[in-house]
Design a protein around this ligand. Sequence first.
Ligand SMILES: [Zn+2]
Length: 487
Amino acid sequence: MSQEILINITPMETRVALVENGVPQEIHVERNKKRGLVGNIYKGKVVRVLPGMQAAFIDIGEERTAFLHVDDLVQRTNKKADGESADISRLLHDGQQLVVQVIKDPVGSKGARLSAELSIASYNLVYMPDVNRIGISQRLEDEEERERLKTALTKVVDELQVSGGYILRTVAEGATEDELRSAVSFLNRVWEDLLERKVSAVAPCRLYEDLPLYKRVLRDMVRPEVEKIRVDSREILEKLTSFANKFNPEIVRLIEHYPGERPLFYLYGIEDEITKALQRKVVLKSGGSLVFDQTEAMSTIDVNTGAFVGRRNLEETIYKTNLEAAVAIARQMRIRNLGGIVIVDFIDMKNAEHRRQVLRTFEKAVGRDRVRTIISGVTELGLVQATRKRTSQSLGQVMCAECPTCQGRGYVKSPESVSYEILRDILRVARAYECDSLQVLAPPSVIEHLLDEDSSQVADLEQFIGRTIQFRVESLYPLEQFDIIPV
Ligand SMILES: [Zn+2]
């Protein structure tokens, strides 16, 4: 398999696509304005110690001074035996310089919240230079896997002769020893780099920031299969090259500038793939289709056959559609970056061997995913349940807002329903107001319905209320909106 990574840079956002054998398989989007300060490490300067609050204001060179509470200054292990907090005025004084990390973003007029306990995160691991133990996320439940990971990580840490503590994150499940080794050595190089800069840095200044998406790509997505990394910005190309030189020199030769006239994401039809990945319905080559619904609890995917299916080959057509769907669903799960529970409702199959084959095809297809996906088999109702590790927001969550017309329901009242609502409301308005006539403002489809299918009801109503009803199309009204005005 050959992989290529494309990085599209604009002032507003960074977009990354992973292409396998010419087919886009992953899309990642990071908006610049949404990147906070959490995780950033600074050499800061104490501006004011507040003994009454057991805290201090620290200048970190950002817009507002940041806040450090004594509990976040002294490591829990060094706390006084009686559990009482230490006295801040004996630990800090005005003008003192210290290295701190942002643990909470600034909100409104409040500055960022800091801690002196530092940590640096990678995809699989969190590195804590000041402690000495290996921990593991509680959400990683499989006891055997926990043991395997701990053993592998301990071995790697001994082998590389590095100090500090490590926490295995939930996404580390299934990580190989090689992956852990490259994560540990990466984190240690980042830490050494930070220590070097700390010496010469003049406070207040930033020593480390959580990597932007284009650098995380080099850290997390570059596998042996990757043959090329193309980026369409010269400035970022230079940053990527020097980053790779420091942390992973073998991949420098893969990085190249894309100078093309054609936008980078027009290659391999990536732009079209993004549009499709935000749609509810995906059409399959066989004529069938997939319908995606995402709620907070889970994603559901419904498989449908095409409209014209001959009766003679029905079972065969269903089987073929399900096979195609199994591959397409795995791909859409990756492109859409669906996390958590995914329920697939394949078309019912009578043949047990067909059911097995579809499930196997699905298992094989999700096996190519970098993010671990577990298929927990078929439920009694013939639904296939899969769980895909949640790594970040889905593409839809990053790129879409709730539809203002239907408030996220995905449906609006039909023109017929709105018409009936209008007819009822005309009666209410006619009773409440003295007037010669009533004017109805509504969107085109509704007015059309009133003048066409409902014309005789309208005539009856006019006679009943003894007034004329005028209709006016308001093409800017969303589907459910209307007004009735006494004239
Ligand atoms: Zn809507």
